[in-house]
Write a protein that binds this ligand. Sequence first.
Ligand SMILES: [Zn+2]
Ligand SMILES: [Zn+2]
Length: 328
Amino acid sequence: MNTPKTPSPSQSSSLLRQVKVFLQQWVDSDFHPEGVEAVLAQEDKVDWKRCVPFIVLHLGCFAVLWVGVSWVAVVAAVLLYAVRMFAITAFYHRYLSHRSYRTSRVVQFLFAVLGNSSCQRGPLWWASVHRHHHQHSDEEVDAHSPVVHGFWWSHIGWITSTKNFPTDYSRVRDLQKFPELVFLNRHDQLVPVVYGALLWLTGWLLERSAPGLGTNGAQMFVWGFFISTVVLLHATFCINSLAHVFGSKRFKTSDDSRNNFLLALLTLGEGWHNNHHRYAPAARQGFFWWEIDVSYYLLKVLSWTGLVWDLRKVPQSVYDEAHALNQS
Ligand SMILES: [Zn+2]
Ligand SMILES: [Zn+2]
């Protein structure tokens, strides 16, 4: 008869150590006792501990069965999706990752905070992974290539891999100069926690001040935090997965990036991914007037107010190339 195996003292202490490291990384994502180089050199594999936040986020959406719905909660969820998508596409992506325009240190920080509330980790981590993606698009070392690693890995699997957890600061030296951005990056759970608390507080205040709206703290939290954030996560992740598979390929780039109208609508302009891989330094990704790029329109409006400036244009040579390819 098999007797149940009890863990040896060394196994128990190793497990205890892993839990301790996990909890410490929860409050400081730069905490890597084995050294960053050693972690980055690891094999890619799903780390189940890293799945916990995603599982909680997704399961949280089911709480809608208990908290119900009100128009004010749905409007809040949609607006918070749009504002945070703009922070991700226009700031985390086009500004921090590609430096496609300039802005003040205050605006840079405020939008980094807003981007951080999307639960897509810190601004420097996001930019470092993304710069690596452009350097090695659809190569074996690309963290999220659907062509190399398949749909699910490129969509969400890669982010749960321990190897992809540390921030490779060597790729973001220009951003590391700003201690406030490094702080957000190290403590990347702080903003999402505050964001969630503020939502609850808003719902609680509305329940007391305007009971006719039919909302409350828990309902606002479920719609504004869980549902809005999960949709936002998957829409963003679709650029890594679907935008390298489905759509048209205007430019002959060395990767499999595509232009996809639906993804562009969903992500406020990021779906023009083949354009973007052809000329990443541009502030716009819809290169022509019919390629809807809401993030670019909003950046243009912000530039009229003086909050951002020096929006980098698409060079004429790239337009000439597009016309030549269209005629061939
Ligand atoms: Zn790409
Ligand atoms: Zn990019």
